[in-house]
Design a protein around this ligand. Structure first.
Ligand code: MTE
Ligand code: MO
Length: 318
């Protein structure tokens, strides 16, 4: 299918002429301009008028991740999602989540903490500086993307509520509202969606609470208004539309552990050497690319996170 050229992609004449002058100038500047245009991924939206003023510009930190991998198209990031509360197919959530009420919204943080607090979503955005982070997202189904998130380290929120010394794990819960989330009427999955992290994983500086992507508020199908992003783990750990965060002493049972304990473990670290019972995890399909690429240990974040699992058998603790 042909992709129609959008008016925004056609270079206005004035820009074209000044660009020609620019190219005549010096080779060095010409090279810089090539880098700039290569940096603009196809179909990048301009910043939304309603985006929080505190948000950095889209892809403020660059056009690619730290490995040089290009950002995945905005259309793919928002059009190809997993959100079982709405639909089990990839395009369903885009349509079915469109009217999810994301304001007002609050996130209750409690359990083994000295200062339990229920945060309003606006409070969350005001309290914590929102920064852009470009992360690879690797789904357990063996597809992947590169996404410019907006958010802040979960660690900052946890420090505010002050976990007690008994707190060993963090348990997250998604909104439960079958009227708004038709997929929750499917009794096959034990909704609400629950996920968990060990406290040290939750406190790791890569672990993000995201409120936006591509310089705008999160779209509902991507987990608005606030979701977790843990880039070295399979995507299902990155729970969407969070309403509850509890500090607990025991390892939480996630929705996926409850529905398929032989297939989905608690850790779910991306690992090319440990196959899923029904498929290999050695390679993956990067959305927007043809062919397959090798899957990287810990999704390419090995230097940052391997020490969290020192001495653990990752085939047993999968
Ligand atoms: N509440 C909830 N969170 C969820 C899911 C879900 O179905 N429900 N799907 C997970 C899966 S399997 C993946 S791969 C990622 C996908 O995030 P994305 O759709 O924003 O790319 O979200 C995860 N978070
Ligand atoms: Mo996934």
């Amino acid at each position: 299918m042909g992709v129609p050229i959008k008016p925004s992609e056609i270079t206005p004449e004035a820009v074209y002429i000044s660009r020609r002058r620019f190219f005549r100038d010096t080779a060095r500047l010409a090279a810089a301009s090539l880098i700039l245009s290569a940096c603009r991924p196809k179909n990048t939206p301009s910043p939304a008028a309603d985006a929080s003023a505190a948000y950095p510009a889209p892809a403020a930190t660059g056009c690619a991740d730290e490995l040089g991998d290009a950002l995945t198209d905005y259309q793919d990031v928002t059009g190809y999602t997993n959100y079982y509360e709405f639909s089990t197919d990839k395009s369903g959530p885009t349509r079915l989540a469109a009217n999810l009420t994301t304001s007002p919204w609050s996130v209750a943080v409690s359990g083994l903490v000295d200062q339990p607090h229920t945060f309003d979503i606006d409070e969350i955005k005001a309290l914590f500086d929102q920064e852009e982070r470009i992360y690879r997202m690797r789904c357990v189904e063996a597809w992947s993307m590169v996404i410019p998130w907006i958010g802040f380290p979960l660690k900052k929120l946890l420090e505010l509520v002050k976990p007690t010394s008994d707190a060993k794990f963090v348990r997250f819960e998604t909104l439960y509202d079958p009227e708004q989330m038709p997929g929750q009427k499917n009794s096959f999955f034990p909704f609400p969606y629950v996920e968990g992290l060990r406290l040290d994983e939750a406190m790791h500086s890569l672990t993000l609470l995201a409120t936006g992507l591509y310089g705008r508020d999160l779209s509902p199908q991507n987990g608005a208004p606030v979701r977790l992003v843990v880039p070295w783990k399979y995507g299902f750990k990155s729970i969407k539309s969070i309403v509850k965060i509890d500090l607990v002493s025991e390892m939480p049972v996630s929705l996926w552990m409850a529905s398929g304990p032989n297939e989905y473990g608690f850790y779910a670290n991306v690992n090319p050497n440990v196959p899923h019972p029904r498929w290999s995890q050695a390679t993956e399909r990067r959305i927007g690319e043809s062919g397959r690429r090798d899957t990287l240990m810990f999704n390419g974040y090995e230097d940052e996170v391997a020490s969290l699992y020192a001495g653990m058998d990752l085939a047993v603790n999968f």
